[in-house]
Write a protein that binds this ligand. Sequence first.
Ligand SMILES: Cc1cc2nc3c(=O)[nH]c(=O)nc-3n(C[C@H](O)[C@H](O)[C@H](O)COP(=O)(O)OP(=O)(O)OC[C@H]3O[C@@H](n4cnc5c(N)ncnc54)[C@H](O)[C@@H]3O)c2cc1C
Length: 320
Amino acid sequence: MAGVLVLGEALEGAAAASTLEAIAAGRALGGPVAAAIIGDGAKSAAQDAIAHGADSAFVCEGGLGPEAAAAFAEQTAAASAPRVVLGAKALLDGSVMARAAYRLGAGLLQDCASVALDADGRLTATRPVYGGNAMAAFRASGSPAAASLRARAYEALERDDSRAGSIVPIEVDAAAHTRLRVVERVRRPQEGVRLEDARVVVGGGRGLGGPEAFAQLEELARLLRGAVGASRAACDAGWVPPSYQIGLTGRTVAPDLYLAVGISGASQHMAGCSGARDIVAINKDAGANIFKEARFGVVGDWRQVLPAFVDQLHELLSDR
Ligand SMILES: Cc1cc2nc3c(=O)[nH]c(=O)nc-3n(C[C@H](O)[C@H](O)[C@H](O)COP(=O)(O)OP(=O)(O)OC[C@H]3O[C@@H](n4cnc5c(N)ncnc54)[C@H](O)[C@@H]3O)c2cc1C
Protein backbone atom coordinates (compact mmCIF):
# COMPACT_ATOMS: atom_id res chain seq x y z
CA MET A 1 0.00 0.00 0.00
CA ALA A 2 0.97 3.64 -0.24
CA GLY A 3 2.22 5.00 3.02
CA VAL A 4 0.93 6.33 6.27
CA LEU A 5 1.60 9.89 7.39
CA VAL A 6 1.59 10.36 11.15
CA LEU A 7 1.11 13.91 12.38
CA GLY A 8 2.94 14.33 15.64
CA GLU A 9 4.46 16.77 18.07
CA ALA A 10 7.60 17.32 20.07
CA LEU A 11 7.18 17.92 23.77
CA GLU A 12 10.27 19.22 25.56
CA GLY A 13 12.50 17.95 22.79
CA ALA A 14 11.15 14.40 22.68
CA ALA A 15 8.40 12.84 20.60
CA ALA A 16 5.10 12.95 22.52
CA ALA A 17 3.98 9.56 23.81
CA SER A 18 0.79 9.92 21.74
CA THR A 19 2.89 10.44 18.60
CA LEU A 20 4.76 7.19 19.22
CA GLU A 21 1.43 5.41 19.73
CA ALA A 22 0.17 6.75 16.39
CA ILE A 23 3.36 5.51 14.71
CA ALA A 24 2.69 2.05 16.17
CA ALA A 25 -0.84 2.22 14.72
CA GLY A 26 0.62 3.23 11.34
CA ARG A 27 3.08 0.36 11.39
CA ALA A 28 0.25 -2.06 12.19
CA LEU A 29 -1.43 -0.95 8.94
CA GLY A 30 1.55 -2.29 7.07
CA GLY A 31 2.80 0.57 4.92
CA PRO A 32 5.87 2.77 5.22
CA VAL A 33 5.33 5.39 7.90
CA ALA A 34 6.44 9.01 7.60
CA ALA A 35 6.19 11.13 10.74
CA ALA A 36 5.53 14.87 10.48
CA ILE A 37 6.71 16.45 13.71
CA ILE A 38 6.04 20.00 14.89
CA GLY A 39 7.36 21.80 17.94
CA ASP A 40 10.49 22.85 19.79
CA GLY A 41 13.02 20.07 19.42
CA ALA A 42 11.20 18.54 16.46
CA LYS A 43 14.48 17.24 15.04
CA SER A 44 15.41 15.19 18.08
CA ALA A 45 11.77 14.11 18.38
CA ALA A 46 12.04 12.89 14.78
CA GLN A 47 14.96 10.64 15.86
CA ASP A 48 12.67 9.22 18.54
CA ALA A 49 9.94 8.71 15.94
CA ILE A 50 12.30 6.76 13.69
CA ALA A 51 13.68 4.71 16.58
CA HIS A 52 10.07 3.83 17.45
CA GLY A 53 9.04 2.69 13.99
CA ALA A 54 8.78 5.62 11.54
CA ASP A 55 10.68 5.13 8.29
CA SER A 56 11.26 8.83 7.69
CA ALA A 57 10.30 12.17 9.15
CA PHE A 58 9.46 15.74 8.23
CA VAL A 59 10.16 18.37 10.85
CA CYS A 60 9.10 21.91 11.51
CA GLU A 61 10.96 23.46 14.43
CA GLY A 62 9.11 25.74 16.81
CA GLY A 63 5.54 26.19 17.88
CA LEU A 64 2.85 26.45 15.22
CA GLY A 65 -0.76 27.43 15.70
CA PRO A 66 -3.44 25.00 14.54
CA GLU A 67 -3.88 26.57 11.10
CA ALA A 68 -0.16 26.60 10.36
CA ALA A 69 0.09 23.05 11.69
CA ALA A 70 -2.64 22.03 9.22
CA ALA A 71 -0.63 23.72 6.45
CA PHE A 72 2.40 21.69 7.57
CA ALA A 73 0.25 18.56 7.30
CA GLU A 74 -0.75 19.57 3.78
CA GLN A 75 2.85 20.20 2.73
CA THR A 76 4.09 16.91 4.16
CA ALA A 77 1.17 15.03 2.58
CA ALA A 78 2.06 16.59 -0.80
CA ALA A 79 5.61 15.29 -0.33
CA SER A 80 4.68 11.79 0.83
CA ALA A 81 1.33 11.06 -0.93
CA PRO A 82 -0.06 9.01 1.98
CA ARG A 83 -3.09 6.80 1.74
CA VAL A 84 -3.76 7.19 5.44
CA VAL A 85 -3.12 10.11 7.78
CA LEU A 86 -3.07 9.40 11.52
CA GLY A 87 -2.60 11.56 14.59
CA ALA A 88 -3.46 11.66 18.25
CA LYS A 89 -6.87 13.08 19.04
CA ALA A 90 -5.09 15.40 21.51
CA LEU A 91 -2.53 16.63 18.96
CA LEU A 92 -1.86 20.31 19.72
CA ASP A 93 -4.75 20.26 22.20
CA GLY A 94 -7.08 18.61 19.72
CA SER A 95 -6.97 21.50 17.30
CA VAL A 96 -5.24 19.98 14.28
CA MET A 97 -6.68 16.72 12.95
CA ALA A 98 -9.98 18.17 11.67
CA ARG A 99 -8.22 21.14 10.05
CA ALA A 100 -5.61 18.88 8.45
CA ALA A 101 -8.27 16.48 7.12
CA TYR A 102 -10.19 19.41 5.62
CA ARG A 103 -7.09 20.69 3.85
CA LEU A 104 -6.36 17.20 2.47
CA GLY A 105 -9.95 16.66 1.36
CA ALA A 106 -9.91 13.55 3.55
CA GLY A 107 -12.71 12.02 5.59
CA LEU A 108 -11.82 12.01 9.29
CA LEU A 109 -12.63 9.11 11.62
CA GLN A 110 -12.45 10.67 15.06
CA ASP A 111 -11.46 9.35 18.47
CA CYS A 112 -10.65 5.85 17.24
CA ALA A 113 -9.82 2.92 19.48
CA SER A 114 -8.43 0.90 16.57
CA VAL A 115 -7.71 1.29 12.87
CA ALA A 116 -7.25 -1.32 10.13
CA LEU A 117 -7.47 -1.74 6.38
CA ASP A 118 -10.22 -3.79 4.78
CA ALA A 119 -9.72 -6.18 1.86
CA ASP A 120 -10.01 -3.26 -0.58
CA GLY A 121 -7.36 -1.27 1.28
CA ARG A 122 -9.88 1.18 2.75
CA LEU A 123 -9.35 2.54 6.22
CA THR A 124 -11.68 1.12 8.86
CA ALA A 125 -11.90 2.11 12.50
CA THR A 126 -13.74 1.39 15.72
CA ARG A 127 -14.75 3.95 18.30
CA PRO A 128 -16.99 3.97 21.37
CA VAL A 129 -20.51 5.34 20.97
CA TYR A 130 -23.56 5.81 23.21
CA GLY A 131 -21.47 6.92 26.15
CA GLY A 132 -19.11 4.00 25.79
CA ASN A 133 -21.87 1.37 25.86
CA ALA A 134 -21.13 0.12 22.36
CA MET A 135 -18.31 0.11 19.82
CA ALA A 136 -19.18 1.25 16.29
CA ALA A 137 -17.23 0.26 13.18
CA PHE A 138 -16.64 2.82 10.43
CA ARG A 139 -15.13 2.65 6.97
CA ALA A 140 -13.66 5.61 5.11
CA SER A 141 -14.71 5.87 1.49
CA GLY A 142 -12.08 8.22 0.07
CA SER A 143 -8.33 8.43 -0.17
CA PRO A 144 -6.46 9.71 1.64
CA ALA A 145 -8.41 8.90 4.78
CA ALA A 146 -7.58 10.35 8.17
CA ALA A 147 -8.14 9.11 11.70
CA SER A 148 -7.52 10.57 15.12
CA LEU A 149 -6.61 8.09 17.84
CA ARG A 150 -7.62 7.91 21.48
CA ALA A 151 -4.85 8.11 24.05
CA ARG A 152 -3.15 4.75 24.64
CA ALA A 153 -5.25 2.95 22.06
CA TYR A 154 -1.91 1.62 20.81
CA GLU A 155 1.27 0.77 22.64
CA ALA A 156 4.43 2.49 21.35
CA LEU A 157 6.87 0.08 19.71
CA GLU A 158 10.12 -0.72 21.51
CA ARG A 159 12.86 1.80 20.87
CA ASP A 160 15.45 0.58 18.36
CA ASP A 161 18.27 3.07 17.90
CA SER A 162 19.73 1.07 15.02
CA ARG A 163 16.84 2.22 12.81
CA ALA A 164 17.69 4.99 10.35
CA GLY A 165 15.60 7.22 8.11
CA SER A 166 15.68 10.59 6.39
CA ILE A 167 14.69 13.71 8.34
CA VAL A 168 13.51 16.49 6.06
CA PRO A 169 13.04 20.04 7.39
CA ILE A 170 9.93 21.82 6.08
CA GLU A 171 9.46 25.58 6.20
CA VAL A 172 5.93 26.75 6.96
CA ASP A 173 4.99 30.37 6.48
CA ALA A 174 3.13 30.54 9.78
CA ALA A 175 2.05 34.17 9.32
CA ALA A 176 0.39 33.40 5.99
CA HIS A 177 -1.81 30.74 7.57
CA THR A 178 -2.63 32.34 10.87
CA ARG A 179 -5.99 33.98 11.34
CA LEU A 180 -6.29 32.87 14.92
CA ARG A 181 -4.41 35.00 17.45
CA VAL A 182 -3.26 33.47 20.73
CA VAL A 183 -3.88 36.13 23.34
CA GLU A 184 -2.43 34.35 26.33
CA ARG A 185 -1.09 30.95 27.24
CA VAL A 186 -1.64 29.77 30.79
CA ARG A 187 0.29 26.69 31.74
CA ARG A 188 -1.21 24.90 34.70
CA PRO A 189 1.65 23.54 36.83
CA GLN A 190 1.73 19.78 36.47
CA GLU A 191 2.57 17.91 39.62
CA GLY A 192 3.53 14.32 39.05
CA VAL A 193 2.45 12.28 36.09
CA ARG A 194 -0.16 13.53 33.59
CA LEU A 195 -3.54 11.78 33.89
CA GLU A 196 -3.47 10.53 30.30
CA ASP A 197 0.08 9.16 30.64
CA ALA A 198 -0.40 7.54 34.03
CA ARG A 199 -0.05 3.77 34.29
CA VAL A 200 -2.10 3.91 37.48
CA VAL A 201 -5.09 6.21 37.97
CA VAL A 202 -6.96 6.56 41.24
CA GLY A 203 -10.44 7.97 40.64
CA GLY A 204 -12.68 9.43 43.30
CA GLY A 205 -16.44 9.90 43.15
CA ARG A 206 -19.37 11.32 45.05
CA GLY A 207 -19.08 8.45 47.53
CA LEU A 208 -15.99 10.13 48.97
CA GLY A 209 -18.31 12.66 50.55
CA GLY A 210 -16.07 15.73 50.30
CA PRO A 211 -12.79 17.26 49.12
CA GLU A 212 -10.70 16.17 52.14
CA ALA A 213 -10.86 12.54 51.06
CA PHE A 214 -8.95 13.35 47.89
CA ALA A 215 -5.81 13.87 50.02
CA GLN A 216 -5.88 10.13 50.73
CA LEU A 217 -6.31 9.41 47.03
CA GLU A 218 -3.33 11.68 46.29
CA GLU A 219 -1.23 9.73 48.80
CA LEU A 220 -2.23 6.44 47.22
CA ALA A 221 -1.48 7.76 43.75
CA ARG A 222 1.93 8.99 44.90
CA LEU A 223 2.78 5.54 46.28
CA LEU A 224 1.72 3.91 43.02
CA ARG A 225 3.41 6.64 40.91
CA GLY A 226 0.03 7.37 39.41
CA ALA A 227 -2.37 10.26 39.03
CA VAL A 228 -5.71 11.20 40.57
CA GLY A 229 -8.88 11.64 38.56
CA ALA A 230 -12.53 12.03 39.47
CA SER A 231 -16.11 11.53 38.40
CA ARG A 232 -18.14 14.45 37.16
CA ALA A 233 -20.15 14.42 40.37
CA ALA A 234 -16.97 15.06 42.40
CA CYS A 235 -15.84 17.80 39.99
CA ASP A 236 -19.26 19.45 39.86
CA ALA A 237 -19.30 19.52 43.65
CA GLY A 238 -16.08 21.56 43.48
CA TRP A 239 -14.06 18.97 45.42
CA VAL A 240 -11.42 18.85 42.68
CA PRO A 241 -10.85 20.99 39.56
CA PRO A 242 -12.76 20.16 36.35
CA SER A 243 -9.47 19.03 34.81
CA TYR A 244 -9.71 15.90 36.99
CA GLN A 245 -12.90 14.75 35.29
CA ILE A 246 -12.73 11.38 33.57
CA GLY A 247 -15.48 10.40 31.18
CA LEU A 248 -17.52 11.22 28.15
CA THR A 249 -17.28 14.96 28.74
CA GLY A 250 -13.95 14.73 30.56
CA ARG A 251 -10.61 13.12 29.88
CA THR A 252 -9.94 9.66 28.52
CA VAL A 253 -7.51 7.49 30.45
CA ALA A 254 -6.24 4.03 29.64
CA PRO A 255 -3.98 3.04 32.54
CA ASP A 256 -2.87 -0.46 33.44
CA LEU A 257 -4.78 -0.05 36.69
CA TYR A 258 -7.80 2.14 37.40
CA LEU A 259 -8.78 2.21 41.05
CA ALA A 260 -12.31 3.61 41.37
CA VAL A 261 -13.27 4.74 44.85
CA GLY A 262 -16.87 5.71 45.62
CA ILE A 263 -17.76 5.81 41.92
CA SER A 264 -20.98 4.14 40.75
CA GLY A 265 -19.72 3.40 37.22
CA ALA A 266 -22.23 5.38 35.13
CA SER A 267 -21.78 4.77 31.41
CA GLN A 268 -20.65 8.37 30.89
CA HIS A 269 -17.85 7.84 33.40
CA MET A 270 -16.88 4.45 31.98
CA ALA A 271 -16.59 6.04 28.52
CA GLY A 272 -13.41 7.70 29.82
CA CYS A 273 -11.81 4.71 31.51
CA SER A 274 -13.05 1.59 29.73
CA GLY A 275 -9.63 1.30 28.08
CA ALA A 276 -8.05 0.54 31.46
CA ARG A 277 -6.41 -2.87 31.52
CA ASP A 278 -7.71 -3.66 35.02
CA ILE A 279 -10.33 -1.86 37.08
CA VAL A 280 -10.44 -2.28 40.84
CA ALA A 281 -13.49 -0.82 42.58
CA ILE A 282 -14.23 0.09 46.18
CA ASN A 283 -17.91 0.75 46.71
CA LYS A 284 -20.31 0.09 49.55
CA ASP A 285 -23.13 -0.91 47.19
CA ALA A 286 -22.66 -4.48 45.93
CA GLY A 287 -25.09 -3.70 43.10
CA ALA A 288 -23.10 -0.71 41.78
CA ASN A 289 -22.49 -0.86 38.04
CA ILE A 290 -18.75 -0.40 38.51
CA PHE A 291 -18.54 -4.02 39.75
CA LYS A 292 -19.72 -5.23 36.33
CA GLU A 293 -16.67 -3.57 34.80
CA ALA A 294 -14.17 -4.26 37.57
CA ARG A 295 -11.73 -7.15 37.62
CA PHE A 296 -11.48 -6.93 41.41
CA GLY A 297 -13.91 -5.27 43.75
CA VAL A 298 -14.23 -4.59 47.44
CA VAL A 299 -17.74 -4.08 48.79
CA GLY A 300 -17.30 -1.75 51.72
CA ASP A 301 -16.93 1.75 53.05
CA TRP A 302 -13.83 3.33 51.54
CA ARG A 303 -13.04 4.89 54.94
CA GLN A 304 -12.26 1.40 56.22
CA VAL A 305 -10.94 -0.19 53.05
CA LEU A 306 -8.60 2.53 51.79
CA PRO A 307 -6.42 3.06 54.90
CA ALA A 308 -5.82 -0.70 55.14
CA PHE A 309 -4.94 -0.74 51.46
CA VAL A 310 -2.49 2.18 51.86
CA ASP A 311 -0.89 0.60 54.95
CA GLN A 312 -0.40 -2.67 53.11
CA LEU A 313 1.14 -0.81 50.20
CA HIS A 314 3.55 1.03 52.53
CA GLU A 315 4.57 -2.33 53.94
CA LEU A 316 5.10 -3.90 50.52
CA LEU A 317 7.12 -0.92 49.31
CA SER A 318 9.29 -0.81 52.43
CA ASP A 319 10.23 -4.48 51.82
CA ARG A 320 11.88 -3.52 48.53
C1 LIG B 1 -24.26 14.17 28.89
C2 LIG B 1 -23.64 13.66 30.15
C3 LIG B 1 -22.26 13.61 30.22
C4 LIG B 1 -21.64 13.15 31.39
N1 LIG B 1 -20.27 13.09 31.43
C5 LIG B 1 -19.69 12.55 32.53
C6 LIG B 1 -18.27 12.39 32.58
O1 LIG B 1 -17.53 12.79 31.67
N2 LIG B 1 -17.75 11.83 33.68
C7 LIG B 1 -18.50 11.39 34.72
O2 LIG B 1 -17.95 10.87 35.70
N3 LIG B 1 -19.85 11.52 34.69
C8 LIG B 1 -20.45 12.11 33.64
N4 LIG B 1 -21.79 12.27 33.63
C9 LIG B 1 -22.53 12.00 34.89
C10 LIG B 1 -22.82 10.53 35.14
O3 LIG B 1 -24.03 10.17 34.53
C11 LIG B 1 -22.92 10.25 36.65
O4 LIG B 1 -23.89 11.09 37.20
C12 LIG B 1 -21.63 10.45 37.43
O5 LIG B 1 -20.57 9.76 36.79
C13 LIG B 1 -21.82 9.94 38.84
O6 LIG B 1 -20.64 10.17 39.57
P1 LIG B 1 -20.33 9.24 40.84
O7 LIG B 1 -20.18 7.84 40.39
O8 LIG B 1 -19.19 9.88 41.54
O9 LIG B 1 -21.60 9.47 41.76
P2 LIG B 1 -22.80 8.48 42.12
O10 LIG B 1 -23.44 7.93 40.90
O11 LIG B 1 -23.65 9.22 43.08
O12 LIG B 1 -22.07 7.26 42.86
C14 LIG B 1 -21.48 7.37 44.09
C15 LIG B 1 -21.10 5.96 44.51
O13 LIG B 1 -20.39 6.01 45.73
C16 LIG B 1 -20.78 4.91 46.51
N5 LIG B 1 -20.52 5.24 47.92
C17 LIG B 1 -21.19 6.15 48.68
N6 LIG B 1 -20.62 6.22 49.89
C18 LIG B 1 -19.59 5.34 49.90
C19 LIG B 1 -18.61 4.96 50.85
N7 LIG B 1 -18.58 5.52 52.10
N8 LIG B 1 -17.68 4.01 50.53
C20 LIG B 1 -17.70 3.44 49.30
N9 LIG B 1 -18.61 3.75 48.34
C21 LIG B 1 -19.52 4.71 48.64
C22 LIG B 1 -22.26 4.70 46.21
O14 LIG B 1 -22.64 3.36 46.49
C23 LIG B 1 -22.30 5.05 44.73
O15 LIG B 1 -22.16 3.89 43.93
C24 LIG B 1 -22.42 12.74 32.49
C25 LIG B 1 -23.82 12.79 32.40
C26 LIG B 1 -24.41 13.23 31.25
C27 LIG B 1 -25.91 13.26 31.15
